[in-house]
Design a protein around this ligand. Structure first.
Ligand code: HEC
Length: 157
């Protein structure tokens, strides 16, 4: 019994102490994905799909839920954002090479068709972020059209 009390006390102390620490937030004011939108020209529907379902982890601006103020959730979220941005960052689109853009578009198609993205841990807590079959089809259509443009750009003149 004494041991159990000690364990509980330790857990409480660690939890409280944790609250004094928070990871740096991923926040950018203004139009951080303008270059991506301009270059790839998604429909209004797809544009808002990226905003609601992808930008939180794949851009330089995350809209944080209230529970992000609680550690260790804040650290888990920060980790997702960091890792997501390392793979694909829509705010950095203009700095990617043609090859990389083309490759990433292929990856986007693969991930959404397979239902891997957005991450299920995310759609569980964020309403209406899961993609419908219709949205996936439209996204795939956009990927294919955009890739043709990039592939034409890669051909020798
Ligand atoms: C909750 C955060 C989160 C959301 C929301 C999210 N992703 Fe991801 N995404 C990640 C993480 C983390 C990785 C890297 C690890 C992995 O592949 O699971 C990743 C990887 C990817 C990759 C793989 C890139 C590569 O190089 O292999 C693509 C493509 C991708 N995401 C597209 C999307 C798209 C499109 C959306 C929106 C429909 C989306 N993601 C929404 C977190 C997220």
């Amino acid at each position: 019994m004494k041991l159990l009390k000690k364990i509980i006390l330790t857990v409480v102390v660690v939890f409280v102490a944790m609250q004094f620490f928070s990871p740096t937030k991923n926040i950018t004011a203004g139009k951080h994905t303008e270059a991506f939108i301009k270059q790839t020209n998604p429909s209004t529907e797809l544009k808002s799909l990226f905003e609601t379902s992808c930008y939180d982890c794949h851009s330089n601006n995350t809209e944080y839920p209230w529970y992000n103020n609680i550690a260790p959730i804040s650290f888990l979220l920060a980790d997702h954002v960091k890792e997501g941005k390392e793979h694909l960052n829509f705010s950095e689109w203009e700095n990617y090479s043609l090859d990389k853009k083309d490759h990433l578009l292929g990856e986007i198609e693969e991930e959404v068709v397979n239902g891997n993205m957005p991450l299920s841990q995310y759609t569980l807590f964020h309403k209406n972020t899961e993609l419908t079959a219709n949205e996936v089809n439209k996204l795939v259509e956009w990927v294919r059209q955009t890739r043709i443009i990039y592939q034409l750009g890669k051909q020798p003149k």
